[in-house]
Design a protein around this ligand. Structure first.
Ligand SMILES: *Cc1c(COP(=O)(O)O)cnc(C)c1O
Length: 388
């Protein structure tokens, strides 16, 4: 599965039109990623984890293809409701829910929740009597880039007692949820988790509780990260086969975030300064850690850079424009000689980037353009040039 990537000509044409930095989203790539997931895991109902990139047009693109959505707050539920997504197509999957979030869930008809502690049961029972709840269990996965099990999930032994407590409080104990960690690099974390959950389903059955739903969370990787290639399709097929074998009757949900949007976005940034430090050239960019590159901090991500320039490559360092000395975007990147004003393309920039960007130090958020709009405009322009 290829990423969306502007050509040099396309990037330069956009730079004629807009000052950098800016990001370009390919909605077609989002749709392709969704279709690819559906095709490799037909048993799975995807809930897009919109925190990865809440662009309204990404949400509309996925909603039009039938996707459901994973939400974590009143703000996310309200944004989806404004875009016309009904509550039945949302899960409120934050194990700790706020009063505002529960009120939004009640207002918009969100009736599925996850939880991982007994303290959450009376809150859900009061706000949404009879709602379906999934208990989130904790897993170990050393092969994921971002560990989501440090903060979330109960121990496996707690799962059934918690579901029973939910049932006693008037909720519907629907099943179990897990998250293997983000950018998981192998199917093994999923297949091991599926075996563990199968035992829990059997145990629940033995105690008179027929569970119907399993939520396998997010974590599906984009194909290239930090120079490592992952075969996401093969991973998904392995997971699907294990689901078929262990859960032939169960409703299977997933919460993909990064996989759906990560490869659909390019950032274009420019060199705005340079200096020599410790025998290496440092280039200052017009976008940094407080902007789209926030993923360096929050998502432990190492971004790739394309300069389209020929010439001998040397190790350089990229820093951001802010006056904070934490603002190192990347060290030791192999680059040809660059000069002030050069543009750089950063592919695979869609997940956990714009979503967590700030306006620290007065640098505005990089504006977002959509490739489908731009492409139409560029084609019209080159047509006009051709007939002139
Ligand atoms: C962040 C998150 C996701 C998405 O994870 P990805 O690794 O981006 O697929 C899914 N579910 C929950 C509960 C999350 O917090």
């Amino acid at each position: 599965m290829e990423s969306f990537r502007l050509t040099e000509q396309e990037m330069q044409a956009l730079c004629q039109k807009y000052p950098t930095p800016f990001v370009v989203i390919s909605l077609e790539q989002v749709a392709r990623n969704y279709d690819m997931l559906r095709c490799n895991m037909p048993r799975v109902r995807p809930f897009y984890a919109m925190k990865a990139n809440p662009s309204p047009r990404i949400i509309e693109t996925l909603a039009a293809r039938g996707a459901s959505f994973d939400t974590a707050s009143a703000g996310e539920i309200e944004q989806l409701a404004r875009l016309g997504v009904p509550g039945e197509r949302m899960i409120y999957a934050n194990p700790v829910k706020t009063a505002a979030g529960l009120a939004a869930a009640a207002q918009f008809g969100v009736r599925s929740f996850t939880f991982d502690d007994i303290s959450e049961v009376p809150k859900m029972a009061a706000a949404a009597p009879g709602a379906s709840v999934l208990v989130r269990i904790r897993l170990q996965n050393a092969r994921a880039l971002v560990d989501l099990n440090a903060k979330f999930g109960c121990e496996a032994e707690q799962a059934i007692p918690l579901l029973k407590a939910a049932r006693a409080a008037g909720l519907h104990p629907a099943g179990i949820a897990f998250h293997v960690g983000s950018q998981s690099l192998s199917a093994k974390a999923y297949t091991e988790a599926l075996q563990l959950v199968r035992r829990l389903f059997d145990e629940a059955q033995g105690q008179g509780m027929a569970l119907t739903t399993l939520d396998i969370g997010g974590g599906f990787p984009i194909p290239r990260a930090g120079g490592r290639a992952v075969d996401a399709a093969a991973m998904m097929q392995t997971v699907e086969r294990q689901i078929e074998r262990l859960f032939p009757e169960t409703d299977i949900w997933a919460e993909p975030g990064r996989f759906l949007c990560g490869t659909a976005v390019n950032l274009v940034t420019s060199v705005i300064g340079e200096k020599k430090r410790g025998g290496q050239i440092w280039y200052a960019l017009d976008e940094g850690l407080y902007g789209t590159f926030s993923g360096v901090i929050f998502d432990h991500w190492s971004f790739e850079f394309e300069s389209f320039k020929p010439g001998r490559r040397r190790r350089v360092t990229f820093v951001g424009p802010s006056c904070d000395s934490i603002d190192f975007v990347r060290r030791d990147v192999l680059m040809p000689r660059l000069t002030i004003g050069d543009h750089l393309l950063v592919p695979d920039c869609g997940a956990y980037t714009s979503a967590s960007a700030t306006t620290f130090n007065g640098f505005p958020l990089a504006p977002v353009f959509y490739w489908e709009d731009e492409q139409a405009a560029l084609t019209a322009l080159s047509y006009k040039a051709a007939i002139a």
